[in-house]
Design a protein around this ligand. Structure first.
Ligand code: MN
Ligand code: MN
Length: 301
């Protein structure tokens, strides 16, 4: 069972990202600053009474996931690109996670059709207690039908209060490992098909420099500026992902970077690797969050 208040929070977070998504097609254009788009998406979420559940991700072409521009970035949307915007809002820690891919004059438009259709096909079959393997196989079949490759090492996931990735994963290809795992009532799950071209490896590799982090230690360092940074992150973002772009006041201090690096090196903070297609082929993504009830499934995003 899911508590009424919890469901309300999920629906509120869902409405928030739905509103923000309506603006994305208009925002994402050639020569627009990546940072402008992310800040606009994040502020739309705040204006609808929620908080960003993670920094707005903006991943272009072969970059599949986990990139947000740093505060000093002047990067622009290039021509001929597939632009993935992955956004999340939370209300009281209950998260709505969703993503769309925008085509900026790229010839790989069909990749977007493939992932959108994969997600739509899953949505049509979703029911309480559906097996993970059934979802994976729908995604894999749809993407391959278009002659593309699913990304084998990116997956959907369960969501819990203040936890973006928890429980089991929902792979984009069928695997015998989760034959008996099911999506059970009372829980929320994000399902996110990723596809690349025939020339792609169908696999991503992690690199540094995505500018997305999360707290992994429960205890702050004993003293100093690093402790202050830790406590502010803990108060504002708890266990959810954040970016240094958000730490506006702390970043003004001259010793910020040194103290922040210390927190990363000592394992208080962990950096999400930026995920890149192994053969540098373009990637498209679609994502929705679903809440499973006793007798029905609600698409909240
Ligand atoms: Mn997402
Ligand atoms: Mn997700």
């Amino acid at each position: 069972m899911i508590e009424e208040e919890t469901l309300k929070s999920y629906l509120k977070a869902g409405e928030s990202v739905k509103k923000a998504k309506k603006w994305i097609e208009r925002l994402v254009k050639k020569d627009v600053k990546l940072k402008t788009i992310c800040e606009e998406v994040e502020s739309l979420i705040v204006r609808s009474g929620c908080k960003p559940a993670f920094p707005c991700n903006i991943c272009i072409n072969e970059i599949a996931a986990h990139y947000t521009p740093p505060a000093n970035s002047n990067r622009l949307i290039p021509d001929n690109s597939l632009v993935k915007i992955d956004l999340g809002a939370h209300s009281n820690g209950f998260i709505a996670d969703t993503a769309i891919t925008v085509n900026v004059s790229s010839e790989e438009d069909e990749l977007i059709t493939a992932v959108n259709e994969a997600l739509a096909n899953v949505e049509r079959e979703l029911e309480p207690n559906i097996r993970v393997s059934k979802i994976s196989s729908i995604i894999e079949r749809t993407i391959k039908y278009y002659g593309f490759k699913p990304i084998v090492n990116l997956a959907g996931h369960q969501l819990k209060q203040y936890k973006l990735h928890t429980g089991f994963i929902i792979p984009n290809v069928r695997s015998i490992r989760n034959m008996f795992t099911r999506l059970t009532p009372g829980n929320a799950y994000a399902i996110e098909p990723f596809a690349t071209t025939k020339k792609g490896k169908g696999e991503v590799i992690g690199r540094r420099g995505g500018n997305i982090y999360r707290l992994v230690s429960k205890r702050p360092p004993k003293m100093g500026f690093a402790r202050r940074i830790f406590l502010e992150i803990q108060r504002k973002y708890k266990t959810l992902p954040f970016t240094t772009r958000w730490l506006t006041d702390l970043r003004k201090k001259s010793h910020f970077q040194r103290a922040f690096n210390h927190l990363v090196e000592k394992g208080y903070i962990s950096e999400y690797p930026c995920m890149i297609e192994v053969n540098n082929q373009p990637v498209a993504q679609a994502e929705h969050t679903f809440v499973i009830l006793e007798k029905e499934v609600i698409t909240i995003t």
